[in-house]
Design a protein around this ligand. Sequence first.
Ligand SMILES: [Zn+2]
Ligand SMILES: [Zn+2]
Ligand SMILES: [Zn+2]
Length: 352
Amino acid sequence: MRKDYYVQDKFVLIPYNANTNENFQNIINQSIFPYELKDENKCPYCPGNKQFSDQLVLSFVVKDGMLQRLYDSQGDENEDWSIRVFECKNPIVTTTPNHEYSDKPFYREPAYGYDLIIIPTPKHNESLTDLSIDQWTNLLLVLQDRVRWLYSQKGVTYVAIHASRGNKGGSTINHPNFRITTFSSIPPIIEKEAKTFHQSMNENGICPACNMIESEINGPRQLFTTDSFITLVPWAPTYNYEFWICPKRHTTFFSKTSQKDITDLALVICSSMRGMDAVLGKTDFSIAFHISPEKKNSRQLHWHIEIYPLLASWSGLERGFGIYVNLPNPEYSAGVLGAAARKELARLIGII
Ligand SMILES: [Zn+2]
Ligand SMILES: [Zn+2]
Ligand SMILES: [Zn+2]
């Protein structure tokens, strides 16, 4: 049995025969996400479909290789855009909630927050894994910009950046999209991780992520490293073929990542996700940015990105007991994902 680097309340079991992919291949083949367009004319995020859209907040265009903001008046009409930010029409949190409170056993508080959708490409049939390095760079810059703005707003304690592909990830629309949802308190998984970071930093001055990276670098679970990032399959993954991307140097604010590192990150995301597609087919997945709650000093963490391929369905053990079975084992997954990701990396930087 293995335990997570940071939180102790998750058990990961790896069966003794879990060192190959054999038992898994049929599951992989079944989970290829169909990309054919069901109703392109009604997609709210395709150019020209304004009548179906959520509220447009921002519109950007790439001109001479630079990301430029279109003014609101132009934004609505201009069909020549590269990235758009919408306010979700059916939000799960809102800045105008009902002020309903109640106590146990029917505890309730208002779900206050912003719910944004970021569309990184006008092309409906592209997948997030098809985005180029430049598109990823621009998307990351827009995410940084929104994170900065959101953390400056009242009632925003946490900014959750996430995305999914396919039904298993809960994605209801094929058009590639990222979502930013804010909360007035810290989400449970972030709270648990950040608490561990705070305790360790306070007690012995050691960041658990820096410590983990030092132990994992060039080890059997590393996919590859660049100047500023490492990508690896964690020691105790929740999902089969799960992998993480972490800054190698200690850094707590994603929003303060330099332009140079953002370009490096775009390359790392692009290579590792295309590697994932090469190994698993265009499987459903979710991606979560574990960034710090910037306003709360006692809950800073070494930020990182977690990617969860959604292959096998969970059993009663996962759902009912918090015990996760990994098949194949993390070292095998890292081997195949790493080989495929390094090939994509070489292709992207023009070595092959
Ligand atoms: Zn579309
Ligand atoms: Zn650190
Ligand atoms: Zn995490």
